[in-house]
Design a protein around this ligand. Structure first.
Ligand code: PDD
Length: 280
């Protein structure tokens, strides 16, 4: 195991010395929230947006935010090497109580853990990837970035088992998001992505794409679409902080469009990469 420096509860220490109790509520209950924040050449990407989402996630599980935005930045920055594309994983749990009890413990400090890692280039961005569709079996608070990810994990593994990179989830016939990504489709030349609701994570990459589309004259609507609509799309993309924009070229064994990354993807990816560069 690579013995990099990580952050745990106020200390920077080697990864193999970072330990939490087996009574930590993250371990016992999955009682916590997290963030994944990309950084390019040492600059945290849209940090304020990630910290706002963190504030919303913490409020959503009724856990007090232990730090101000300035403190978060000061904690996270030293975890970056400053070289290339990296990401911070940040997790906050409801801490370690004296005994296992579902209800919140009183006066227990949260457990705060953070580490930085390089982002390896993802070959699927050039070639496109396969995806499958699945019934969205997750809970009703998907807007909270909770560490309780069993639903997402089972959906993603079902995709991997079928040699696909992502599972696109469908609730009552309506497309929600990917197991670990948001989704965009191009139908009749117009870019569509599901609107924010409690059924999807409000992805930061998604927000950036919607904003860049508006600035660059690419028609884009935040609107619901069905599985049948998605099956007729000329392009499908999945988006996330660690993979950015990935074209889906095969859905449930059928080619999407002509089976290659499409023109709207190429245009948006170029805009996105130029935007990234402009912030470095
Ligand atoms: N996941 N939806 C879900 C369910 C996700 O898990 C993610 C990201 C996204 C995209 O959000 P963003 O653009 O802010 O990364 C949407 C991260 C990368 C993860 O769990 O590792």
């Amino acid at each position: 195991m690579e013995n990099k420096t990580v952050y745990l509860n106020g200390d920077y220490l080697p990864l193999n010395e970072a330990k939490v109790s087996v009574l930590d509520r993250g371990f016992l209950f999955g009682d916590g929230v997290y963030e994944v924040i990309p950084a390019y050449s040492g600059k945290l990407f849209h940090l304020q947006d990630h910290l706002l989402r963190l504030e919303n996630s913490l409020a959503g599980i009724r856990l007090a935010n232990p730090h101000s935005r300035e403190q978060w930045q000061a904690i996270l920055q030293p975890l970056l090497s400053g070289v290339g594309d990296e990401y911070i994983y940040l997790q906050i749990t409801r801490g370690t109580a004296a005994k296992r009890d579902h209800a919140f413990p009183a006066d227990v400090p949260p457990t705060v853990f953070a580490m930085g890692s390089p982002i390896a280039p993802f070959a699927g961005r050039d070639t496109g990837v396969k995806a499958i569709t699945l019934d969205d079996k997750r809970w009703a608070l998907c807007n909270i970035k909770a560490i309780t990810l069993l639903g997402n994990i089972l959906h993603r593994q079902a995709a991997v088992d079928q040699d696909a990179a992502e599972a696109l989830l469908v609730k009552d016939g309506i497309v929600t998001e990917g197991a670990a990504s948001n989704v965009f489709v191009v139908i009749d030349g117009v870019l569509l992505t599901p609107p924010k609701s409690n059924q999807i994570l409000p992805g930061i990459t998604r927000d950036v794409i919607v904003e860049l589309a508006a600035k660059n004259g690419i028609a884009c609507h935040e609107t619901s679409f069905s599985l049948t609509d998605m099956q007729s799309a000329s392009e499908i993309w999945v988006t996330s902080s660690t993979r950015e924009i990935i074209p889906v070229v095969e859905l449930d064994g059928n080619a999407v469009g002509d089976g290659k990354p499409g023109p709207v993807f190429h245009a948006m990816n170029a805009i996105y990469q130029a935007y990234k560069q402009s912030l470095m």
